[in-house]
Design a protein around this ligand. Structure first.
Ligand code: URA
Length: 209
């Protein structure tokens, strides 16, 4: 699929299998999501530019590569995005963080914003939007719309699981935003859940229902 990277690393797939299992505990689910986030973060940052800087090792001076340009922004779609965000920040602790709170209007099923914070200079930064489940893509599309309105023009979307319907809708709305995921599942069911999926990611992460 064009502009979609499926991270088929054996560790990612193994951890995802445990997360899908309905008998996996809340504590394990949360820890595994954080661990998978490390591996997905590794992939989504694979092509970041570096530049040579001069440092002193205890032995001598040397030119050594360091990340070039402004710090990244990780944009978490609340609340489930925060599970991925934690792991991403473990790998890139200096990243700036944006939070986007959306709820689904029960009548129209539209995603409505209730919270938004982002760095003011987001236009100069790579923004990685994170949400574990790309299902209908309503919230992903709305979140990316919102971040683009703030000025962002260099974005990636990172999730754990994607439905083909969600990928299609997201790509129609934001063809310029590459998607990174650990797996593409079969379909959405009538309630908008990913099948076979892993259930409600937020509920499984926080032990709510
Ligand atoms: N959100 C979830 O948490 N799970 C799904 O299957 C779909 C959307």
């Amino acid at each position: 699929m064009e502009n979609v990277t499926v991270v088929e690393h054996p560790l990612v797939q193994h951890k995802l299998t445990i997360m899908r299992n309905k008998d996996t505990s809340t504590a394990s689910f949360r820890r595994l999501l954080q661990e998978i986030a490390h591996l997905l973060c590794y992939e989504v940052t694979r092509d970041l530019e570096t530049e040579m800087i001069e440092i002193d090792t205890p032995i001598q001076k040397m030119q050594s590569p360091a990340l070039k340009g402004k710090k990244l922004v990780f944009a978490s779609i609340l609340r489930a995005g925060n599970g991925l965000l934690e792991g991403m920040l473990d790998l890139v602790p200096s990243a700036r963080v944006s939070h986007i709170g959306l709820y689904r209007d029960p009548e129209t099923l539209e995603a409505i914003e209730y919270y938004f914070k982002a760095p003011s200079d987001i236009a100069d930064r790579l923004v990685v939007v994170v949400d574990p489940m790309l299902a209908t893509a309503n919230s992903a599309v709305t979140a990316v719309d919102r971040i683009k309105r703030r000025g962002a023009n260099n974005l990636r979307f990172l999730c754990l699981l994607a439905a083909p319907e969600g990928i299609k809708r997201f790509q129609e709305a934001h063809p310029d935003v590459p998607i990174y995921t650990a797996a593409i599942d079969e379909k959405l069911n009538e309630k908008g859940y990913i099948v076979p999926g892993l259930g409600d990611a937020g509920d499984r992460m926080y032990g709510t229902r």
